[in-house]
Design a binder for this molecule. Structure first.
Ligand code: SF4
Length: 76
């Protein structure tokens, strides 16, 4: 799955939301999150993000962000 990280905070772009084929972006507290259960790992959103705030969850040191994406996605 892909995960939204810090650079997304207060970002006003929604390019990722528009390209996601499964609509798995949701509003977090002050940034967007990806629902890990719905993301199909297509990777389309990553290059579309102007803030470079989307990373594959296989990158190192993302534990905190993986947790936050899961937490906020589950509120919906
Ligand atoms: Fe959506 Fe694909 Fe990005 Fe997952 S990797 S959030 S399915 S666009």
């Amino acid at each position: 799955t892909y995960v939204v990280v810090e650079n997304c905070i207060k970002c006003k772009y929604q390019d990722c939301v528009e390209v996601c084929p499964v609509d798995c972006f949701y509003e977090g507290e002050n940034f967007l999150v990806i629902n890990p259960d719905e993301c199909i790992d297509c990777g389309v959103c990553e290059p579309e993000c102007p803030a470079e705030a989307i990373l594959p969850d296989t990158e190192p040191n993302l534990e905190k962000w993986i947790e936050l994406n899961t937490k906020y996605a589950e509120l919906w």
